[in-house]
Design a protein. Structure first.
Length: 239
């Protein structure tokens, strides 16, 4: 994203004594090292989001997040779900799993998968389902959910658009190397952070479809026995 581009926040930002909420928009004023930005919000306040805390208005990610926010508001559900206590702690002082952040793209993607798959079910059931997906497996649980909704068959993300990254193969939240746990030698070297759901697969059904047709055509040609001399000419004359 460049200076002058409009953005929409995907996370709560607290700066200079003011709070900006997901869904609020503004314009980028400055770019800083480390993926930080200075943004002038439409209300005149200045905020300092990171790249993974904003998206382009009207983008696929923005639509997923907006749909999830609207559903939560309609149901009266909060932006977080409580974590599960550790069953081994009899006093209940520790938490076995952290609370679930429902403002993230991962939660919105899981919620959308469930809603699109079973639109007649109660929306609250989809909320609980998305909570469970992220509670059990985190972001990678979206891949498991997509596979389960496809009847348990492995999903080929070359032909099926990834529910998390939308098919471009990169992590849509633009994590830092520190967040992804990259090796120290990559700290100053530019490199891709592949999507943790599809593994970086590119959604290109047209290209891969033609490739598969050519490949299958070659297999068929190799499998057919050669026709005896003169037989093909006789068959053509009969036709």
């Amino acid at each position: 994203m460049l200076v002058g581009a409009r953005i929409e926040l995907t996370a709560r930002i607290d700066a200079l004594g003011f709070t900006a909420h997901p869904g609020e928009q503004g314009v980028i004023q400055e770019l800083h090292i480390g993926g930080h930005y200075t943004v002038r919000m439409d209300n005149g306040r200045t905020q300092f989001p990171r790249r993974n805390e904003m998206t382009s208005p009207g983008s696929r990610d923005s639509q997923l997040l907006g749909r999830a926010r609207a559903a939560l508001a309609q149901l009266g559900e909060g932006p977080t779900a409580p974590g599960r206590p550790d069953g081994s702690d009899l006093n209940g002082w520790s938490t076995g799993t952290p609370e679930i952040d429902r403002t993230t793209l991962a939660w919105a993607a899981a919620f959308t998968l469930l809603t699109d798959h079973q639109p007649d079910a109660r929306p609250l059931a989809h909320v609980a389902g998305a909570d469970a997906v992220l509670r059990e497996e985190g972001v990678r649980g979206i891949a498991t959910l997509q596979s389960n909704l496809a009847g348990g068959a492995p999903v080929d993300h070359r032909f099926t658009r990834c529910a998390y990254c939308g098919g471009h193969g990169d992590d849509p939240t633009f994590p830092t190397c520190e967040e992804r746990g990259c090796a120290p030698e990559y700290e100053f070297a530019w490199h891709d952070h592949g999507c943790p759901v599809c593994g970086g697969a590119m959604w290109e059904p047209d290209w891969y479809g033609e490739q598969q047709i050519r490949y299958c055509g070659g297999l068929l040609a190799d499998a057919l026995p050669p026709a005896p001399p003169g037989r093909l000419a006789r068959l053509l004359r009969r036709a």
